[in-house]
Design a protein. Structure first.
Ligand code: PAN
Ligand code: ZN
Length: 203
């Protein structure tokens, strides 16, 4: 396998699955559905490549992937990945940032949500039973690699909707400066969401 480390892209190959997510395919994740409807549904939000050299579901294997999230906003929310728990909840993952400025939004099964700032060189360990989503909070494409178990699976259903979704849906108000000012990882519950957003807006 060959990877262009500068661009964070894998060389197309029979074992590499590629997918593109557009605004039209992500209607469930942005809060302002009216603003979303007024945008071009074919706009690309992110692209994913996954190198799957063994069948999905194989125990003991690993997959390698790369994601490019474009810069952009839907109203006040940054372009972001759909986000998911792993179907096998105890399966973990690494993310490593190649370039760009991002927020890795993490949520455990009690819906406690926190963030880790992403920038060139940051490496993130996603612990068991933690949902993960990435927002591009910068002005250029955000590129990161990922490595996860081949039997992890993806549960997108559990984070959809305003009730079951990430407890902090929008991250538009968090500047990278504000994120740097918070301890890493920043942990907060639904109750402190307003406080956090107010602190971030003030920075
Ligand atoms: C990543 C993600 C990728 C796209 O490879 O699948 O960044 O995000 P969504 O799957 O949430 O659309 C990963 O976490 N794999 O497990
Ligand atoms: Zn994952």
């Amino acid at each position: 396998m060959q990877m262009d480390w500068a661009k964070g892209l894998l060389r197309p190959d029979a074992e590499v699955r590629e997918s593109v997510k557009t605004l039209g395919q992500l209607s469930g994740i942005f809060a302002n559905t009216k603003a979303l409807r007024e945008m071009d549904p074919t706009t690309v939000v992110y692209r994913v490549q996954a190198w799957c050299p063994i069948p999905e579901g194989t125990e003991g294997g690993l997959f390698w992937g790369t994601t490019v999230v474009e810069p952009g906003l839907v109203d006040s929310e940054y372009f972001m990945t759909h986000g998911h728990f792993h179907l096998k909840r105890d399966r973990t993952e690494y993310y490593g940032t190649i370039e760009g400025e991002g927020a890795l939004v993490l949520m455990d099964e009690t819906r406690a949500t926190w963030m880790e700032p992403m920038g060139a060189g940051t490496v993130h360990f996603i612990r068991p039973r933690v949902a993960h989503r990435v927002a591009n909070i910068g002005k250029s494409p955000l590129r990161f690699v990922a490595c996860w178990p081949s039997d992890a699976g993806h549960d997108y259903e559990s984070i959809l909707g305003s009730v079951r979704g990430f407890s902090m849906s929008g991250v538009a108000r968090c500047s990278s400066k504000a994120m740097r000012d918070f301890p890493n990882p920043t942990r907060f519950s639904c109750l402190s969401k307003n406080l956090i957003q107010a602190s971030m807006s003030a920075s």
